[in-house]
Design a protein around this ligand. Structure first.
Ligand code: FAD
Length: 488
């Protein structure tokens, strides 16, 4: 077995980046994730904004949210003048770094949505999310985007008896909405037909899930937006915005006035704008990926349909079989940076990388016995709203549209944002414009230091809870006091 050196530097840590890619040559964007490195696109930044301008729709951010909004707007009305303003390059944020889980899971579970908004609204959200998974595949097909899209569904594996209650609860959430035809509970034998992992006693399967190579999707979408007449400027920072009869984005390279709307699509990074400082907080997530596995190892593991794979407990994670035959493993170890400060340093957390590699070997012991190397490790930030509910709203009075807050489940949800905003901005009354996210008012986070104290307390108590479950073999009757107090 290969020994992990505790001081091994990831190719994505800031020191290695600086050594290999001096600042004078600009940022090496390929170094921000395995996906960006292998996306096959030229990552040289597009020209920045060249002075003040006026357009129909001005969008902050060329991640999935901004690009899906631009794409669907232009598909609806090619005459629209759409400008996307990006601080770095398209796909630089979470969209170019995530686990590639394009699935219909929504950050607020069906039971909670039902309690807050009623069964019909919860069902409509689930169906709209399923449609988003399909839409991503359809657009890849229509636009010739080779994002390695494979719709094998989502597989959540119970690897201990006490996890069975979790997958039953997931199934029940869909059954209560009358959507049991889209999901299934698998027993141990049925699970093993799909995938061999130690201790698997059953699984929840959701048909509405697809594995993707996220950077290929983001970069391909950017090209599709341009082919449809949209314009993307990169290396241009939005510093503030204003609503009104002519809403505006203020940037470091001029002002963008919008005849119809401005769209704020910067997810976690929106917390950098003074006006949205407490609407969303950045949380980190980190991933590792192996070298391509040999056919022998794949025969042992199975997993032919490339379902996006998840599980619970201290070694739980979000996992995918990549299009080129690797295992990409994302650890459920989020970290909140004090005062929402986002820096490149957050991308590299060696203890989380080591944990992710160890957890991957627990899931797939063949990685250890066959001495499989981990080739890449990276991280990024996603946006978390105070009440976990995404916002997809447009205020026609101010001309400001806002879409953010997917709490780490934004790959398909951002596509839904793009479709919802397209209907709202073109005044199209549809099922989408009545979803609860369109009228949702974002809850405001506490000021510091309360915010980080609270988040870290809940985080630590959740980890403790998981350890306790694994020690005692059962879940506690109710969440810990810290979780209940903070939730309230
Ligand atoms: C490691 C990791 C793994 C994840 N895995 C999954 C997963 O498997 N499945 C899933 O559903 N979700 C996952 N997520 C979450 C998902 O990736 C995000 O929710 C989604 O990509 C958000 O897209 P976005 O376009 O809203 O934001 P981003 O992709 O973050 O894009 C925002 C863009 O705005 C730009 N920007 C920010 N501020 C400014 C400014 N002031 N001026 C101009 N431009 C600006 C940024 O540079 C960036 O390009 C993961 C996230 C991370 C970090």
């Amino acid at each position: 077995m290969k020994q992990e050196s505790p001081i091994t530097l990831s190719p994505y840590d800031p020191i290695t980046r600086a050594l290999h890619h001096p600042i004078t040559h600009g940022k090496d964007y390929a170094s921000y994730s395995f996906w960006l490195e292998t996306c096959g696109d030229d990552l040289t930044p597009r020209p920045p904004l060249d002075g003040s301008t006026e357009v129909d729709v001005a969008i902050l951010g060329a991640g999935f949210t901004g690009l899906w909004t631009a794409y669907h707007l232009l598909k609806r009305d090619q005459s629209l003048n759409v400008l996307v303003v990006e601080r770095e390059i398209a796909g630089f944020g979470a969209s170019g770094r995530n686990g590639g889980w394009c699935f219909s899971g929504f950050p607020v579970e069906p039971a909670v949505l039902t309690r807050r908004h009623g069964r019909d609204a919860a069902r409509a959200v689930s169906l709209a999310m399923a449609e988003s998974v399909a839409d991503v595949g359809r657009v890849c097909e229509d636009e010739g985007i080779d994002a390695h899209y494979a719709q094998g569904g989502e597989l959540e594996v119970a690897r201990a008896g006490y996890d069975l209650a979790k997958i039953e609860e997931m199934y029940e959430g869909y059954r209560a909405l009358g959507l049991e035809n889209r999901v299934a509970l698998l027993d141990a034998a049925e699970t093993a037909e799909r995938l061999r992992v130690p201790g698997a006693v059953g699984a929840f399967w959701n048909s509405d899930g697809a594995a993707i190579q996220p950077a290929r999707l983001a970069r391909g979408l950017a090209r599709a937006v341009e082919r449809r007449g949209g314009r993307i400027v990169e290396g241009t920072t939005v510093t503030d915005y204003a609503g009104g009869t002519t809403p505006r984005l203020f940037t470091d390279r001029g002002e963008v006035r919008a005849r119809r709307a401005i769209v704020l699509a910067g997810e976690a990074y929106l917390s950098r704008l003074p006006k949205l400082r407490r609407h969303v907080i950045p949380m980190t997530s980190h991933m590792v990926v192996t070298e391509p596995l040999s056919p022998d190892i794949w025969d042992q593991i199975g997993w032919e349909r490339r379902e996006v794979l998840g599980g619970f407990g201290s070694t739980g994670g979000y996992i995918q079989r990549t299009g080129d035959g690797r295992i990409a493993f994302g650890a459920y170890r989020a970290h909140y940076p004090f005062n929402s400060r986002i820096t490149d340093d957050l991308d590299c957390m060696e203890d989380i990388f080591a944990h992710a590699r160890d957890a991957a070997r627990v899931w797939f012991p063949a990685l250890q016995t066959h001495d499989v190397a981990f080739t890449h490790a990276w991280g990024g930030v996603f946006g978390t709203p105070r009440d976990r509910m995404p916002t997809m709203g447009f205020n026609p009075q101010t001309g400001v549209a806002l879409a953010f807050g997917y709490t780490g489940e934004g790959v398909a949800t951002s596509n839904l944002s793009g479709r919802v905003l397209t209907d709202l901005l073109t005044e199209t009354d549809s099922d989408l414009t009545h979803l609860p996210m369109t009228s949702h008012q974002p809850a405001i986070w506490e000021p510091e230091p309360l915010r980080s104290l609270g988040v870290n307390l809940v985080r630590r108590s959740r980890y403790k809870e998981i350890e306790q479950v694994e020690r005692t073999g059962m879940y506690p009757e109710k969440p810990s006091l810290a979780t209940r107090v903070f939730d309230r």
